[in-house]
Design a protein around this ligand. Structure first.
Ligand code: N01
Length: 558
């Protein structure tokens, strides 16, 4: 056995670092962190594609748990890129002396709950073994790259890359003919940067989307002073809004203002840039008529920017309401299509038939390419968890229990998997928020929970299957109460991965509301969880029936 420890954390992104610090330094637990990548950073370790940048504004894209850390750290830009975010996380690791308990290049391949010992037995791809009482998955929601199975890829004679696995030494695209598949948040960031160096860029678009300018720029010393001096207030705003950003959603409906004023509000938000566009009216995700006004505004802007009428038509031919798929923000995305070296291929009219040795063949012609960039997203929310063979009580397999979609309680725990926690797991606000704020809340909740167990001599915790069933139903209800349910092709539903169950995975009820629920549940002695000794738990859970059966009975998760 390579390691007998109290707690094991998988993943060295924002979530894993803070969880290691909390369990080790706050609770005094022997804790180890394992990371598949060669260094810390999580998503930012892997995502180094041209144009990569954070979509959250930097003054809220940070940890809030340490005022001292905030006072020491200054972001240089409104939206930092991977090198600066990695420097920030490196500073965190250094300040809290985290590296001594982190192992890199260790991919966890299996985790098995040993009920007799009440321990998780974890194995890495190198054959190292660990045993821990608590297992925390901090594996990220968007870390399992999705490379579509397009026939012929193996025969392609050029190079190909997925944006989420971009080579760290960079890729020389100068003078190359580049084909980019995918126009989500990543593709929209990548295309303008690639177009600046490539000889020719061909963007293959399957679904058009609505992008708003990011308006990145250097932060002034005055702004950074304001950030330092208003740490508590910025934190309070981020923690009290539905999306965890440091801006409030306007307290007005679209119908409350006259058309002229509405136009001016949208125009000001467009000029200001960023995800705040979503915050212009409170009913944008609730009322189709309200949403239509935002769609129309953005479509008009696209048509005004893009000179080629056919490209303008395809880019503004969006099939879903605004922000029902994750809204991207961009730097000169639409303007890029005015360059002589950029071509848009509308895959709805001219679908990809196959990849050939020379490039990509669509129905109408072959596009000859030196490099293919897959900006095709992720097996989101469940992909990285299910890549690990996770076995709970009686050898039950998570891959089997989640065959019809994920089932969790609060996105934090799974029935039948005692002392196993998922940071920003499916069923939590996670990807609908500014991630570090959601992560901090989960890490602190898990830490408080484990502290409670230890203070009260409780061996283990897991959710009651009844609570899981109710939570599944609530997650579905929360999505259906918004327009998010109108974009069935979104990765929130797993629709981008063939064969993946179509279940709305994140919790759409808002982070602020969710935080209150989590706190209330803990205050009521962890209501909905089963706390006790391993043997007693097995009896209670068995009486409650299987979670699949309960979910199916409610028509949820199938
Ligand atoms: O992935 P996506 P992403 N043939 O799944 C297309 C976060 N993020 O990497 O819409 C042709 O959104 C697919 O088309 P369609 C953010 O949360 C954060 O861009 O499925 N096309 C779509 O256009 C974001 O939402 C930052 O029809 C295919 C694209 O590929 C999430 O990551 C930056 C295809 C995939 O878009 C994922 O964004 C970037 C196929 N077979 C991303 N398969 C920050 O800055 C897929 N597509 C924080």
């Amino acid at each position: 056995m390579d390691g007998e420890i109290d707690a094991l954390v998988i993943g060295a992104g924002f979530a894993g670092l803070y969880q290691l610090h909390s369990l080790r330094d706050r609770l005094g637990l022997s804790t180890r962190l394992l990371e598949a990548g060669g260094d810390l950073g999580g998503t930012w370790y892997w995502n180094r594609y041209p144009g990569a940048r954070c979509d959250s504004e930097s003054h809220a894209y940070r940890y809030f748990f340490s005022k001292e850390l905030n006072e020491e750290w200054e972001w240089s830009e409104r939206y930092p890129g991977p090198p600066e975010i990695l420097r920030y996380l490196g500073r965190v690791a250094e300040k809290f002396d985290l590296r001594r308990d982190m192992r890199f290049g260790c991919r966890v391949v299996s985790a098995r709950y040993d009920e007799g010992a009440n321990r998780w037995r974890v194995q890495t791809d190198a054959g190292e073994r660990y045993a821990a009482t608590y297992l925390v998955a901090a594996v990220g929601c968007l870390s399992s790259a999705n490379v579509p199975d397009i026939p012929g890829l193996r025969d392609f004679s050029g190079q190909w890359f997925h944006t989420g696995r971009w080579p760290h030494q960079g890729v020389d695209l100068a003078g190359k003919r580049v084909g980019q598949i995918g126009t989500g948040s990543t593709g929209i960031q990548a295309a303008p940067a690639i177009a600046q160096v490539a000889a020719q860029l061909t963007v293959f678009q399957r679904t058009a989307t609505y992008s708003v300018p990011a308006r990145n720029g250097a932060l002034t010393p005055e702004f950074n002073r304001w950030v330092r001096e208003n740490h508590a207030e910025i934190r309070a705003v981020a923690q009290s809004t539905p999306n965890g950003h440091a801006f409030r959603i306007a307290d007005r409906n679209v119908a409350d203002v006259a058309p002229g004023e509405r136009e001016a509000i949208y125009a000001a938000a467009w000029e200001k840039g960023g995800l705040q566009f979503r915050a212009t009216f409170r009913d944008l995700l609730l009322d189709p008529a309200a949403n239509d006004t935002a769609c129309e505004f953005i479509k008009r802007r696209i048509r005004a920017i893009v000179r080629d009428p056919e490209a303008a038509r395809a880019l503004s031919d969006v099939d879903h309401p605004y922000a029902t798929k994750r809204p991207p923000i961009d730097t000169d995305y639409y303007e890029t299509f005015n360059r002589d070296n950029v071509t848009l291929v509308d895959l709805r009219a001219d679908p990809i038939e196959r990849i050939t040795p020379r490039g990509i063949r669509t129905r109408s012609r072959e596009h000859v390419l030196d490099v293919i960039v897959f900006a095709t997203g992720y097996d989101a929310m469940t992909g990285a968890l299910l890549a690990i063979d996770i076995r709970g009580r009686d050898g039950r397999a998570l891959r089997e229990d989640w065959r019809a979609g994920p089932h969790t309680y609060l996105g934090l725990q799974v029935a039948g998997y005692p002392n196993f926690f998922t940071i920003t797991g499916p069923g939590s606000p996670s990807v609908l928020t500014n991630m570090p704020v959601a992560i901090e809340q989960h890490v602190e909740w898990i830490t408080d929970c484990i502290a409670h167990l230890r203070a009260n001599g409780i061996e283990a915790i897991e959710p009651d299957p009844e609570a899981v069933r109710a939570w599944d139903a609530h997650v579905a209800e929360a999505a259906n109460a918004t327009l998010l349910s109108k974009a069935k092709s979104s990765w929130y539903y797993g629709a981008n991965v063939p064969g993946k169950p179509r279940v709305f995975m994140p919790y759409a009820g808002g982070l602020a509301r969710y935080r209150k629920m989590c706190a209330a549940i803990a205050a009521k002695g962890y209501e909905g969880f089963i706390l006790g000794k391993a043997g007693e738990r097995a009896v209670t859970a068995a009486r409650s029936g299987s979670i699949d059966a309960l979910a199916a009975a409610r028509g949820v998760g199938v």
